[in-house]
Ligand binder design. Structure first.
Ligand code: GOI
Length: 533
């Protein structure tokens, strides 16, 4: 009796392990999941100021680093600029109409700092800029659409770059003043705030690699770390300003949006690849998330590796700056939710590089690659890997205590002008289905989803060559007319259904092989256990 009992328990235990392994591996081929999103799930779409507004010198707006960068040869693929872009500066009604038709509950846009403060300081507050955002916010509210506002989507006032940009700690104070002005002027109607969009891209692509404004690439092992340090402190101060001065009356919420790919192990059975994947995740997402969402400080693996390399280079201090104990306390927990932008996935292995110069890219001792079977998009970096989003959401849940999370960007590019964007429909269908699985099957605390982008726009260094829009924009027409793509119709229906309606029986897809295998295993184990009992 005793022994039968223990045999059964052992069997149950191994069955559990077996299923867990199957579930772990199953992200890839887990079949499509038909269900609804939780009630109150937030549906949104996003843009950013420099990418859509145009009006680059209207209303006493000051010059920003993207104006300077695009006006200087030859940083942009098609030599274009955001001088006019989608002309959203003059097309508030058109944009709100698109949003209304989609049926989104929220719209994520950003404020152009140099429109509000020409030189980035209180000395040059511009009423024309403030008026533009007031008109936009009021039009949204009238259409029953809630604004979700990003304070910094990469367009730094040029005057602040001229004093060193994010490498200068004075920007903590300037950003705080700018944030306070926005809370004061718009916070009666804006209840969701994001301080920074993708600080990783700001510091790495802008100040390490140099493909984005301000185009700095001479110190790729130092400038990004220094600038990240300033940005993390700036975020924390702005969060505290909201918390201390505005939260009790305005009753909104504020956080930061971090971008992360899923960086999985190339060989999931290799301990070395798993360690490399973890390092790569910590060096990209953990760099910003660890201080804010965990313990006020950089990930241990970053501190260790960069300190060691710095010592080998003969330096007396690490290239990674340190937070003081009081700064750590000030930074830790400065979030009301987790903002996440996600597009793609890479496979990671260990690689030791001996670059001539210190470089963030080699500090992590990792190399990334892609599975050749993954579908490509209009951007060379973007591989379509829907299950990667589910893996990433689970990693965030496990590392940061399952915070409330909003997906603040997700989308795909092409280089066509076609309204028949079937590949984008498939992209959204499959990525959003993985969000649903993360919520319903894995218990991830995802509260909202945002499609990038409302419309085709200025895609940074790629100019107008890569298009992410749910709506097509004709950039050769001065009126910049917008037209819905097939993906806009798809997204609209998805929002209306708040999920995926089960197909009618005739068209039901068959169960995938992995799913079948786990069902068979479960049945066999159940029968064995019954027999032995
Ligand atoms: C968001 O960034 C952003 O918030 C939106 O504003 C934006 O419109 C949207 O995404 C869509 O992009 C091949 C170092 C070519 C320098 C491979 C490393 C170019 C430059 C791989 C790595 C990649 C989403 C430009 C994150 C900008 C694309 C950030 C992803 C340029 C590359 C690179 C590469 C690299 N990034 N973006 N790039």
């Amino acid at each position: 009796m005793r022994s039968k009992m223990s045999i059964s328990l052992t069997l149950v235990f191994f069955a559990f392990l077996g299923c867990r392994t199957l579930v772990r591996c199953a992200y890839q081929d887990d079949p499509f999941y038909y269900d609804k999103f939780p009630d109150g799930f937030l549906w949104s779409t996003a843009t950013s100021s420099y990418q859509i507004e145009g009006g680059w010198n209207s209303s006493e707006k000051g010059e920003n680093i993207w104006d300077r960068f695009t006006h200087t040869c030859c940083h942009i693929e098609d030599n274009s600029t955001g001088d006019v872009a989608c002309d959203s500066y003059n097309k508030i009604q058109d944009d709100v109409q698109l949003l209304k038709s989609l049926g989104v509950s929220h719209y994520r846009f950003s404020i152009s700092w140099s429109r509000i403060m020409a030189d980035g300081t209180n000395a040059t507050i511009k009423s024309g800029g403030i008026d533009y955002y007031n008109r936009l916010i009021n039009a949204l509210k009238k259409a029953n659409i809630e604004p979700m506002v990003t304070l910094y989507h990469w367009d730094l006032p040029q005057a602040l770059q001229d004093i060193g940009g994010w490498e200068n700690e004075l920007l903590v104070g300037y950003f705080n003043e700018y944030a306070r002005t926005c809370f004061k002027r718009f916070g009666d109607r804006v209840k969701l705030w994001l301080t920074f969009n993708e600080p990783f891209v700001v510091v790495w692509v802008g100040l390490g690699f140099g493909a984005h404004a301000p185009g700095i690439s001479d110190r790729p092992g130092e400038a990004p770390y220094k600038a990240a340090h300033t940005i993390i402190k700036s975020h924390a101060e702005a969060w505290h300003t909201y918390d201390n001065e505005f939260r009790s009356t305005q009753k909104g919420r504020i956080s930061i949006t971090l971008d992360s790919d899923w960086k999985g192990p190339k060989d999931p059975n290799s301990a070395d690849d798993k360690a490399a994947s973890e390092r790569a995740m910590q060096f990209k997402l953990g760099w910003f998330a660890n201080p804010i969402f965990k313990n006020g400080d950089y990930p241990d693996v970053m501190k260790e590796l960069i300190a060691n390399k710095s010592a080998e280079e003969g330096r007396s201090t690490s290239r990674l700056p340190e937070f003081t104990e009081s700064e750590k306390l000030r930074i830790k927990g400065t979030f009301d939710f987790f903002g996440l932008n996600h597009y793609t996935t890479q496979l990671i292995t260990t690689q030791y590089r001996s670059d001539k110069k210190p470089n963030y890219g080699s500090d992590m001792d990792a190399k990334e690659s892609q599975d050749p079977s993954w579908q490509r998009a209009g951007s060379s970096w973007l591989y379509v890997v829907p299950w990667g989003l589910r893996a990433l959401l689970n990693w965030i849940k496990d590392n940061y205590g399952n915070p409330e999370l909003y997906i603040t960007e997700n989308g795909v590019s092409d280089r066509n002008a076609s309204l028949q964007d079937d590949h984008r429909v498939e992209f959204y269908r499959n990525y959003i289905n993985n969000v649903l699985k993360a919520i319903k099957k894995d218990g991830c605390n995802v509260k909202g989803y945002t499609a990038w982008s409302l419309m085709d726009n200025f895609e940074w260094a790629a100019g107008y060559t890569e298009k992410f829009g749910l709506h097509y924009v004709d950039f050769s027409d001065p009126a910049r007319p917008r037209k819905a793509k097939k993906s806009a119709e798809f997204y609209k229906q998805l929002i209306k259904d708040n999920g995926f309606n089960a197909p009618t029986s005739a068209s039901a897809p068959t169960v995938g092989p992995r799913h079948r295998a786990s069902s068979v295993l479960f049945m066999v184990v159940t029968l064995l256990v019954k027999f032995l009992m």
